[in-house]
Design a protein around this ligand. Structure first.
Ligand code: SAH
Length: 346
């Protein structure tokens, strides 16, 4: 028997072709698509208007990718929940549910592990295992929506992995999640965060998508950035910012820059000044977040006073900045921490 088709990663056209090849009528594709992406069905049995004979054929030929929740951590201080999901091959990934005043936001992973090597990040300590398929990215959203019974209003691709290192699957995932025949989440409610793989930022700018781009900058000059992020050895800050500018020019979507404040490393007055001059004509927002310490590294977060000072320095230079609410710090919310602990306890 050959590979079973990953039916949840097919768009409606592909699914229609697939269904017809099985000798079925085209409208069955629409029904299946709706079961998977609108009603978020977790099994063929749930699909009440699909005949038994077709269900049997499907379970033989296709895989209906659904993630299995193996652990949930709930924050005691806010409603943040961190899910550990098992994939079909036994790998585990993390996704986070966050409740804000405007609704529910889900943070998903794009890879098992990561190969970018950012020094402060737990996801990358053991490298990358593999990239996730579109269906595995989608089902993080669907599973959390089903488990919590809440409608997800925003999706951020900011969990483990580098989304632009899994480019084709990422783009397919976005088009499925935002398809009006399917889950129909507005592209404006989707944010992709990248450490800055420059050629793929240019590609993304040409996809005709209306998603938001967040760039993990974390330093105000190349020298410092290289110490924190190995990707900075490949692309300079100026090359990354040029790509971001192009992204903004082509899509009109506002840019966000992520900046994790590390005490004594990137949080000085000089850093604030350099950062302001880098970003002055980009009409961007800087998201400041005190680095979440991981036990494998000695980095310490900037304290509250220091973060507020850094923010006001940026604002004096007319750079919009926010200090990200640190949600769920009590539940290992830093990328990859929960997965890492789980694997080490095995
Ligand atoms: N690879 C992508 C997306 C995943 S990381 C990227 O680099 O953007 C999501 C964000 O969390 C990035 O801005 C990343 O730099 C940041 N991050 C990772 N570990 C962190 C930590 N321990 N403390 C604070 N921010 C962290």
């Amino acid at each position: 028997m050959g590979e079973r088709t990953d039916i949840k990663s097919l768009n409606l056209d592909e699914l229609t072709g697939f269904v017809k090849e099985m000798g079925e009528q085209g409208y069955r594709a629409k029904q299946l698509y709706e079961w998977m992406h609108v009603r978020m069905a977790r099994s063929y049995e749930e699909m009440t208007n699909i005949p038994k004979s077709l269900k049997e054929k499907l379970s033989e030929k296709c895989e209906l990718v659904t993630l299995r929740s193996v652990a949930v951590q709930e924050s005691a201080v806010d409603e943040t929940k961190k899910f550990l999901f098992a994939l079909g091959d036994g790998n585990v990934i993390e996704s986070v549910f966050m409740k804000y005043r405007f609704g529910v936001s889900v943070c998903i992973s794009s890879q098992v592990g990561c190969r970018m090597g950012c020094r402060f990040c737990a996801s990358t300590l053991d490298g990358v295992v593999r990239s996730l398929t579109p269906s595995e990215m989608l089902d993080q959203v669907y599973s959390i929506s089903r488990i919590t019974g809440q409608k997800v209003s925003r999706v951020v691709v900011m969990g483990s992995g580098e989304p632009l290192d899994n480019y084709d699957n990422l783009v397919k995932f976005i088009s499925l999640l935002s398809d009006e025949n399917g889950h129909n989440l507005s592209q404006r409610s989707i944010t992709v965060s990248t450490c800055g793989i420059v050629p793929n930022i240019y590609r993304l700018a040409d996809e005709g998508l209306a998603i938001n781009l967040a760039l993990s900058l974390h330093a105000s000059n190349d020298e410092k950035r290289k110490e924190l992020m190995p990707v900075a050895n490949t692309y300079t800050i100026s090359e990354v910012l040029d790509a971001c500018r192009t992204y903004f020019d082509k899509t009109g979507r506002q840019l966000t820059f992520e900046y994790s404040l590390v005490s004594g490393v990137n949080d000085t007055d000089e850093d604030a000044r350099e950062l302001s001059s880098l970003l002055k004509d980009l009409n961007a927002v800087v998201n400041l977040i005190p680095v979440n310490p991981i036990k494998e590294r000695a980095y310490k977060p900037t304290d509250r006073t220091g973060a507020l000072k850094f923010k006001s320095k940026l604002e004096k230079n007319h750079i919009n900045a926010t200090i990200r609410r640190e949600m769920g710090r009590d539940i290992d919310a830093a990328c990859g921490q929960l997965r890492k602990r789980f694997m080490e306890s095995e």
